[in-house]
Design a protein around this ligand. Structure first.
Ligand code: DAH
Length: 331
């Protein structure tokens, strides 16, 4: 047994220790064999021998455990040494991406309206004529239906040209009160300095039961508050305009954020920037979805335009060229 204890002392790793344990206490181990011999002993010797064997076994196990703990610590220390972090190494996790400026603006816009209790609705990109035009009081002779503007499929389907059809889907699927926005991409067959075939809009709709419940004053308040949230202290004016789906309709201008209304190139020296379309929902739209005795307002905006103004990006195309030198500035 002496040499076994010596072996334990000399063991270089936990695997070697395990070998020793099996050699002594395994099925065919030396001590196991001695325990087995006990039953052949005379009763007088048996008791003392058993006691001796048990003491030996306990000593052996204690020695094994002590050495094992020491070796484990040793092995852990070795492992830690090898896993030392080289802080001078180039860290690839620095190559993290960032949100696209259009998404940053979209998030900010959606964030505002969510805080004002608007639900966020989504709609299909492939629409039919009824939802994209007809129900929105855009008659078949309206120039917006021109083949120049709309991507048509066969069988009367088309890529939505605006997010307004989500108004119709929402009103078809629920009763007032409605308080929703729809952010999303839209498509028009148009490509030049200021137009891309795909761009983003946010549509808004509020409908309440009762003819006079929702007024133009409510609309004015929310849009003015919204523009100030996005652009800071700006003056806001409503200019009467025309949209088939609203009556009365208005375009919303805010004072130019670059020259503070004095007049510059961006605002074409008018001091004003046009940023939104809006109005009270036209009765024909309510008729198309079978609503009666309701009132409401709607508005729509182009996200690219908002992002260009807020982030001072002069060229619309830079949003779509994936040029990292531009995108990296939005980290
Ligand atoms: N759908 C319009 C467009 O694409 C934007 C718009 C204007 C939406 C006025 C509205 C609105 O809901 O009231 O140009």
């Amino acid at each position: 047994m002496e040499e076994i204890f010596l072996k334990i002392e000399k063991a270089k790793n936990t695997a070697e220790l395990e070998e020793i344990r099996i050699l002594v206490l395994g099925k065919k181990g030396s001590l196991t064999a001695k325990f087995a011999e006990l039953k052949n002993c005379e009763a007088s010797v048996k008791k003392t021998l058993a006691k001796e064997l048990n003491t030996l076994k306990m000593d052996f196990e204690r020695a094994l455990a002590n050495k094992k703990e020491w070796l484990s610590m040793q092995e852990l220390e070795e492992k830690i040494k090898q896993e030392k972090i080289d802080v001078s190494l180039f860290n690839t996790s620095n190559l993290r991406g960032a949100s696209h400026p259009i998404m940053l603006m979209l998030d900010k816009i959606v964030g505002y309206f969510e805080s004002m209790n608007f639900a966020v609705k989504m709609g299909p990109l492939v629409e039919d004529d009824f939802h994209n035009f007809e129900a929105l009081n855009i008659p078949s002779y309206h120039p917006a239906r021109d083949m120049q503007d709309t991507f048509y499929f066969k069988d009367n389907k088309l890529l939505r040209t605006h997010t307004s059809p989500v108004q119709i889907h929402t009103m078809e699927s629920q009763k007032p009160p409605i308080r929703m926005i729809c952010p999303g991409n839209v498509f028009r067959c148009d490509y030049d300095l200021t137009h891309t075939p795909m761009f983003h809009q946010v549509e808004g709709l509020v409908v309440e039961e009762g003819k006079d419940f929702v007024s133009f004053a409510n609309l004015k308040f929310i849009l003015e508050d919204f523009l100030k949230y996005i652009f800071g202290e700006v003056k806001v004016r409503f200019r009467s305009s025309f949209f088939p789906f609203t009556e009365p309709s208005a375009e919303v201008d805010m004072s130019c954020i670059f020259c503070r209304g004095k007049g510059c190139r961006v605002c074409s020296h008018t001091g004003w920037l046009e940023v939104l379309g809006c109005g009270s929902v036209d009765d024909n739209v309510f008729k198309a979805v079978g609503y009666e005795n309701v009132s409401g307002y709607a508005f729509g905006l182009g996200v690219e335009r908002f992002a260009m103004l807020a982030f001072n990006v002069p060229d619309l195309r830079s949003f779509f060229e994936s040029d990292l030198r531009i995108l990296e500035q939005f980290k």
